[in-house]
Ligand binder design. Structure first.
Ligand code: F6P
Length: 358
């Protein structure tokens, strides 16, 4: 049995732990394990695979990033290239990918990735590749699973940063607007905002109005709280407003970013208070995974190999109520898990007086 492991899309803390567990569990069964270098884009190079042994995965559980490398411009159905005139374009190279897998006698693929990777996996399944998916993204937005690897670490990092920014906000009597990642879902903003006792949390699921935030700031001023902490998800937007973006390159999804600065400027104008904006950015993707992320990543890696051993292909291993479930990839591909408006966590925010911008 020969299996390949791919890490695709943005990195997330816990990837290496998942690679380690999958590798060791496969080697224990006498299989050969090949890591794909830097995502599917490398499939067309002379040396796309790196064979993994116990020594290759020694001491990596606590390391951030991915020993295999990754790319978010590695969609084989829309692979970017530059034509003769220097224009960036995309082309479908999925058949070549299948040929490369056949040539190397790869029997199954462990696809560790986010929603984009699961959409790709679903299309590769239709081309005959046996796949087991592992849910990875700091955004926690993969449909069909309670939690994704990397989320807990990102929330922990964001919470620690928010704690620090709160003390300087208070010292200077400022409005501090902190932008966190999460794409079109507000999981990181909600969890880190509640955990750091933010005053306002703005998430994509709840379009905000400036009036609501200004009212919260004024209430705090009346109670001698001359600073306000505002956590804004990069995908949040004003009611009837638009997403704030940084453009799009060929073969990539649109880049979100800039909402914090916009909100900070607008609130200064409306309240006369000094404001600052901070973008936490890729800080949230880096660093050593938390214990929780290490554990679930190891569990995902080992579970993926059990799935392959059972020949139970085209499934995503997913935690549901802390039980390792196997969810058909075609049931979750192309869907997104948003923060439910009736969730207990969201209700908790409201119950403890956090303004959700509505
Ligand atoms: O999906 C993970 C994520 O970090 C998002 O939260 C963010 O919008 C995006 O990736 C950033 O991607 P890039 O690394 O291409 O800037």
């Amino acid at each position: 049995m020969n299996i390949a492991i791919n890490t695709g899309g943005g990195d997330a803390p816990g990837l290496n732990a998942a690679i380690r567990a999958a590798t060791l569990a496969a080697l224990k069964r006498g299989w050969n394990v090949y890591g794909i270098r830097n995502g599917y884009g490398s499939i067309f190079t002379d040396d796309p695979f790196v064979q993994l042994y116990p020594r290759s995965v020694r001491g990596i559980t606590f390391q951030g990033g991915t020993i295999l490398g990754t790319a978010n411009r590695g969609n084989p159905f829309e692979m970017p290239y530059v034509d003769e005139d220097g224009n960036e374009k995309t082309r479908d190279v999925s058949d070549q990918l299948v040929e490369t897998f056949d040539k190397h006698n790869i029997d199954a693929l462990v696809a560790i990735g986010g929603d984009g990777s699961m959409r790709i996996a679903n299309k590769l399944v239709q081309k005959g590749i046996n796949i087991v998916g592992i849910p990875k993204t700091i955004d926690n937005d993969i449909y069909g699973c309670d939690v994704t690897l990397g989320f807990d670490t990102a929330v922990t990092t964001a919470t620690e940063a928010l704690d620090k920014i709160t003390t300087t906000a208070e010292a200077h009597h400022r409005l501090m607007v902190v932008e966190v990642m999460g794409r079109y879902a507000g999981w990181i903003a909600l969890h880190s905002g509640i955990s750091s006792s933010a005053d306002v949390i703005l998430i994509p699921e709840i379009p905000f109005t400036y009036d609501s935030i200004v009212q919260k700031i004024k209430e705090r001023e009346q109670r001698n709280r001359h600073y306000t902490m505002i956590v804004v998800a990069e995908g949040a937007k004003e009611k009837d407003g638009e997403l704030v973006t940084k453009g799009k390159s060929v073969g990539q999804e649109v880049r979100l970013g800039g909402i914090a600065e916009r909100v900070a400027n607008e609130l200064s104008e409306r309240t006369g208070k000094e404001s600052r904006s901070v973008v936490l950015g890729h800080l949230q993707r880096g660093g050593s995974p938390t214990t929780y992320d290490r554990l679930i990543s190891l569990r995902f890696g080992a579970a993926a190999i059990r799935c392959i051993a059972d020949k139970d292909f085209n499934k995503l291993v997913a935690l549901r109520d802390n039980i390792m479930a196997r969810v058909p990839i075609d049931e979750i591909a192309g869907k997104m898990k948003s923060v439910p408006l009736d969730s207990d966590t969201l209700q908790t925010a409201r119950d403890i007086g956090i303004c959700m911008g509505d």
